[in-house]
Design a protein around this ligand. Structure first.
Ligand code: CP
Ligand code: NVA
Length: 312
């Protein structure tokens, strides 16, 4: 496996290896302090980022490498140089490329034309590195056995809902996306892919439209912003109205399992997709989850640059 372009690129064995290594990095951040010595990692983002940017830069630094951050408007790509040419140029200077942008197809074209590992740091369709941090946090809370547990995403059927369904399928979990029906439901091709993976791993995939039924006895309630980067502002008021029943409130949390947790990839909007009393309450694990963005990206860079991930 050269690149991590989609969550579905990962096998269960890859995820287990990455989470084990990330746990070790959580205990000893500098345990592989020369793994990327004399190497550099380009981090190219055409959308804003707090966590992914900083955790990627610090992960590279902790591995002894040099991160090179490039804003979307800084490359000749923005002036018409092709993705393929850009991929070949960056491959000549750097040892890996982390990219956040809009179109999934652009990330895949970069991966196909670069000789170095390319990592998807969020597209409109997917957010694979986030799910590594999420599942390390889940494993820390519940252990590795997912049997009898329900893992529920509530809200917009966006990139996060996609990654949630696919990673849950890889992990053999009972995974649920509770979203509006229609244009804010997860994409059909993602649901089909999650079911295809689930047929091999024993996972259960449920997409439903009733937030209370979804929350009942859940081990995890997960949500994300209602307006993603790039979403048209003209749709805001309609979207907020349609999504409001999916807000994670104390009422929904009260339906969950006794040992349930609340998760959110962040950034959060208190009073929209989640109540302040939930995200700042005792069941919230958001700070540990955000911390693991670094440990998991560090593990991903470590294994991907050494050619140690097998893929599917
Ligand atoms: N969760 C996440 O990807 O956050 P940023 O947009 O701040 O990177
Ligand atoms: N769905 C959000 C996730 C942010 C981490 C977005 O794409 O903006």
């Amino acid at each position: 496996m050269k690149d991590l372009l989609r969550t579905a690129d990962l096998s269960r064995a890859d995820v287990d290896l990455l989470l084990d290594t990330a746990s070790a990095f959580a205990e000893h951040p500098l345990r592989s302090a020369t793994a990327l010595a004399n190497k550099s990692v380009a981090i190219y983002m055409t959308k804003p980022s707090t966590r992914t940017r900083l955790s990627s830069e610090t992960a590279v630094a902790h591995l002894g490498g040099t991160p090179i951050f490039i804003r979307g408007d800084e490359l000749q790509l923005g002036r018409g140089e092709t993705i393929a040419d850009t991929a070949k140029i960056i491959s000549g200077y750097c040892d890996a490329l982390i990219i956040r942008t809009f179109a999934q197809a652009d990330v895949e074209e970069l991966g196909a034309n670069a000789s170095i590992p390319v990592i998807n740091a969020l597209t409109d369709d997917d957010h694979p590195t986030q799910l590594l941090a999420d599942w390390l946090t889940i494993r820390e809370n519940f252990g590795p056995d997912v049997k009898g547990r329900k893992f529920v995403y509530l809200g917009d059927g966006n990139n996060m809902s996609h990654a949630w369904l696919i990673m849950g399928a890889i992990m053999g979990a009972h995974v649920v996306a509770a979203t509006p029906s229609g244009k804010w439901a997860p994409s059909e091709h993602i649901i089909a892919k999650a079911k295809e993976i689930a047929a091999k791993t024993g996972a259960t995939i449920e997409v439903l439209h009733d937030p209370e039924a979804a929350s009942k006895d859940a081990s995890v309630l997960y949500t994300d912003v209602w307006m993603s980067m790039g979403d048209p502002e003209s749709e805001r008021s309609e979207k907020v109205k349609v999504l409001s029943p999916f807000a994670v409130t104390d009422n929904l949390m009260s339906l969950t399992a006794k040992d349930s947790i609340f998760m959110h990839c962040l950034p959060a909007h208190r009073g929209e997709e989640v109540s302040a009393s939930v995200i700042d309450g005792p069941k919230s694990v958001i700070w540990r989850e955000a911390y693991h963005r670094r440990t998991t990206i560090q593990a991903l860079l470590y294994h991907l640059t050494r050619g140690e991930l097998k893929g599917i």
